[in-house]
Ligand binder design. Structure first.
Ligand SMILES: Cc1cc2nc3c(=O)[nH]c(=O)nc-3n(C[C@H](O)[C@H](O)[C@H](O)COP(=O)(O)OP(=O)(O)OC[C@H]3O[C@@H](n4cnc5c(N)ncnc54)[C@H](O)[C@@H]3O)c2cc1C
Length: 452
């Protein structure tokens, strides 16, 4: 069994002193706002093309969603619009550690979505058909055979949908390693460096204003995760986005109950590289109600209706906090991005108790394994839970990549490669039309195909 990880191995991604940049470059071909998996992957592929790129991260690389997620790298069950990009992403993950010369913890242990009823099991047939059309190895496994794959479970599942080629990686390792790889390829990676806004000349992007100075650039990518909507709004660009909080935990290294990812409506669980398991409730996400909930209510109706059983509304200080957050600010004053260096929601104690209970009853083999760390992350979702990757027509030179919802970690490297193509005018390798921002405003029916 690998060496025991320290108790705050995940949280150490964001619980550390900020390192503001010693100097910032005067100019770059491209400036990227945000050091999550999308921003760093875009930086890597741009730098590998010989483009001069500066990435500005207000807090820490992977300090928000990209360091807090479950670590699932899966194609199974995705919205069909994401399939080509995810296929590319899986290819990148396969050799990423080798290409970077650093471990990102990727391995293909397979992914199971389990069904408790025959009706749920039958419903998986639709996606298995889609998988077949795309050459994906997803298949149905009847309940009687599941025990050979998912050892140590004490549930009488009706069956599962299974994709052996799906995998997982370690979120606390991946984006930081990609960022270091981008730096070795020539990118400037600046942390503790919030971008306050954009300067334009004759309506076109000409510079990025950070808290530490201005960087001239004619191409800017906003990959600011949960902050994208606020950032864009300050520029008069409407990007519909809502936040949901997910509580996560990890166990100490344990007996190998199974080696893969299993999603049940009561538990999401995957084997970790350190021999423990990352665990979460399968069907509890919390949406803190804020003014944005009302602003975007109708746009998010289809997604909320679909996730009615999963998304719980919470009423707390987030409403007042958002109300107090300025919607625009002078670029020579402190911006909301410096006020919250790291969006660090607290895990929900009740949800943690539910995770413990479900783990014990579903996997008796793990019942005595202690939970050694817990945390929460704020997922940002688009109305159809599919990313927005686009150039913003009202502001030439400005681009957005956001809305990756609860599945942006796995697809992040593939998105970064496509984005590098989009920004340089090269072939992105994937048709990005389905990810255009205007789909939310041009009458296109908004139909989420997958969950948040
Ligand atoms: C609990 C949870 C579980 C999840 N599970 C999975 C999973 O198993 N598999 C999967 O594929 N996906 C999963 N996801 C989703 C995945 O983590 C996200 O989709 C993905 O990480 C988004 O990456 P990003 O780079 O777009 O955003 P982020 O990782 O949020 O990065 C955005 C960055 O931008 C920075 N920033 C914002 N504004 C500014 C500014 N003005 N100046 C400078 N920097 C700024 C922020 O500080 C942040 O670091 C999960 C997410 C959560 C929270």
């Amino acid at each position: 069994m690998p060496e025991h990880e320290p108790n705050n191995v995940v949280a150490s991604t964001w619980l550390k002193p900020f390192e503001p940049p010693k100097r910032i470059p005067d100019a770059a071909d491209v400036v990227i706002i945000g050091g999550g998996i999308v921003g760093v992957s875009s930086a890597l592929f741009l730098a590998q093309k010989g483009i001069s790129v500066v990435l500005c991260e207000k807090g820490h690389i992977a300090g928000e969603q990209s360091g807090r997620n479950w670590g699932w790298v899966r194609i199974q069950g995705r919205d069909t619009r994401e399939i080509p990009m995810m296929q590319e992403s899986l290819k990148i993950w396969e050799t990423l550690s080798e290409d970077l010369g650093e471990d990102v913890g990727f391995t293909r242990g397979g992914c199971f979505f389990t069904a408790r009823t025959e009706k749920q099991f039958d419903a998986f047939g639709d996606w298995v058909k889609i998988a077949g059309e795309h050459g994906i190895d997803t298949r149905l496994v009847p309940g009687g055979e599941l025990g050979t794959h998912i050892r140590g479970a004490a549930i009488d599942w009706a069956g599962a949908m299974y994709t052996p080629s799906d995998g997982r990686a370690e979120p606390h390792k991946a984006a930081p390693a990609i960022a270091r790889g981008a730096a070795r390829a020539g990118a400037s990676i600046l942390t503790g460096c919030a971008v306050r806004g954009i300067e334009t000349t004759a309506g076109t992007v000409s510079a990025v204003v950070t808290e530490h100075g201005t960087i001239r650039a004619s191409i800017v990518l906003c990959a600011a995760g949960a902050w994208t909507s606020l950032f864009c709004r300050s520029m008069g660009v409407n990007v519909p986005q809502l936040r949901v909080r997910g509580t996560v935990a990890r166990t100490a290294p344990a007996e190998n109950a199974f080696d893969g990812n299993v999603f049940d409506d009561r538990l999401g669980i995957r084997r970790r590289q350190d021999g423990g398991y990352t665990v979460a409730h399968g069907s509890v996400l919390e949406h803190p109600v804020t003014p944005a909930s009302f602003r975007y209510f109708f746009r998010f109706m289809p997604a909320l209706m679909q996730e009615l059983k999963i998304v719980r509304l919470s009423f707390g200080r987030e409403f007042i906090e958002e109300l107090r957050t300025p919607k625009s600010w002078a670029l020579d004053t402190v911006s909301p991005f410096e006020e919250t260096r790291v969006l660090n929601p607290q895990p929900n104690a009740r949800v943690l108790r539910g995770i413990r209970r479900n783990l014990d009853t579903m996997f008796p083999a793990l019942a005595n394994t202690p939970i050694v760390e817990s945390w929460a992350g704020m997922i940002e979702a688009s109305p159809d839970v599919v990313p927005i990757i686009d150039t913003v027509s009202s502001c030439p030179g400005f681009h957005v990549a956001t809305g990756f919802s609860g599945h942006g970690f796995g697809i992040g490297p593939g998105a970064g490669k496509a984005i590098a193509g989009m920004l340089t005018g090269d072939d992105p390798g994937i048709d990005l039309a389905a990810f255009r921002l205007s789909r939310f405003f041009d009458g296109t029916p908004i139909k989420p195909q997958s969950g948040i």
